[in-house]
Each structure stands twice: as C-alpha cells, then as structure tokens.
Design a protein around this ligand. Structure first.
Ligand code: FE2
Ligand code: FE2
Length: 217
C-alpha cells in the first residue's frame, strides 16, 4: 500500500484536503517512530496499517454534528472545535471500515486521540455513542500513530515539551476535556483525572521512541 492509494481513497470519500495533508504529516512522523521502535525493542511493525491508519486518522471530523465551541488551551492557543470532537476517532474508524480497511487499521483510528480512555469511562462521562473497544492503544502500530499525532498537537501546535514535562499531555488536553466532556458529566475534570493520568503514563512510555529534533523544539 502506498500513501497515494490511501489519499486517493480519502478524496473519493470526500475528505477535505486539509485532513489529508495533516494525515500525511502524521504518517511521516509515525513511520519514523515505527523505525525507532523496531531498533529499540525489536520486531517489525506493519507499514501498510500505519500508512492507512495515519493518513485517514482524522477522516471522522467530517461526520461530527456538534456545535462549534472555542477553547483556550493553556492560555497559549485558541482552537475552535465541535463539541462532539471526542467522537471523531469513532466516526473515522467507521469511515475506514467503509473504505474497506482491516480491523487493525480501524483500531489505529479509533485509538489515535492521545486521550487514553476506556469504554466504561466514556459511558460514565456521557460520551455517546459508545465504541466497541477501549480507546487504549494496544499494538505498536496504534501507539506509533497516536504518538505521532500527539507530537503534532502538543509539541508542534502548543509548544509543550513532551520530554521534560511528564504532565504535558494532561495539560494539553485539560481545557479541551473540560470544555467537551465537562459539560456532559457531573464528574469534575481535574489534572489528576484517571484519564489524564493514563495519558501521561503512555506519553512517558512512548517518548523514548521519538526525537525532540523531529518536531523542532
Ligand atoms: Fe484526531
Ligand atoms: Fe490528527
């Protein structure tokens, strides 16, 4: 499978260019991460799964129907997202299935969001509809794509230092979670929320497979 094959399919499904461009950036980074994973821990990662999953990872944005909200992230950046943004991985996995991709690819997309959250937690927080799986990356391909997208958002987009600051993921997603999940739940979203703690732990596990130089920090 080539990047061109996936991009062609994305266009056929009406996915806008900006999502394809971002998908390709995440793909290039994920392939570098995959190489480093192989060097450090051995084994061979499936490049076809990474290419399809990475390029199509944000396709689900096209199916969101929530109202736009503006979120100020850490006082650094204002982003406008739809208030059902937490569903874009789920919808993206549906689209990948319709495109004919395998379950390995749909799971990469479902689990790419870096907010590492179980099905039960989503239920408790009122994020519906529920996926069939936890949004906790299990395979190395899932981890490579998720971390590549996390680097793009947290390191490149927000300028957070994922290597020196163990809480960077929690900080980067805190305001977003408060603005989206917070409105659905009685449960207070704090920096020590189990979902954010788990996201920090996964970041700590994965940072050895990336290089700060790749994101020009
Ligand atoms: Fe995404
Ligand atoms: Fe993304």
């Amino acid at each position: 499978m080539t990047k061109e094959d996936v991009k062609k399919k994305m266009r056929k499904f009406g996915i806008p260019d900006e999502r394809i461009v971002h998908g390709e950036q995440v793909c290039d980074l994920a392939l570098k991460i995959a190489e480093k994973m192989e060097k450090k821990k051995g084994g061979v990662l499936n490049r076809d799964h990474i290419i399809a999953g990475a390029i199509a990872h944000d396709a689900g944005f096209t199916r969101l129907s929530g109202k736009p909200i503006t979120v100020n992230i850490l006082g650094k950046k204002e982003i406008t997202v739809q208030d059902d943004v937490m569903l874009h991985g789920l919808y993206g996995a549906d689209i990948a299935k319709e495109m004919g991709y395998s379950e390995e690819v749909t799971l990469i997309i479902l689990r790419h969001e870096l907010i590492v959250i179980t099905r039960e937690e989503r239920k408790a927080l009122g994020i519906l509809p529920l996926p069939d799986h936890d949004l906790v990356p299990e395979t190395w391909e899932e981890k490579a794509v998720m971390y590549a997208d996390g680097l793009m958002f947290l390191a490149v987009g927000l300028g957070l230092d994922l290597w020196k600051d163990p809480e960077a993921p929690a900080k980067g997603f805190f305001d977003l979670l408060k603005a989206t999940i917070g409105r659905l739940s009685e449960e207070k979203i704090t920096l020590s929320h189990p979902v954010l703690e788990r996201s920090n732990r996964l970041n700590a596990e994965l940072k050895e497979y990336a290089d700060p130089g790749w994101v020009n920090m």
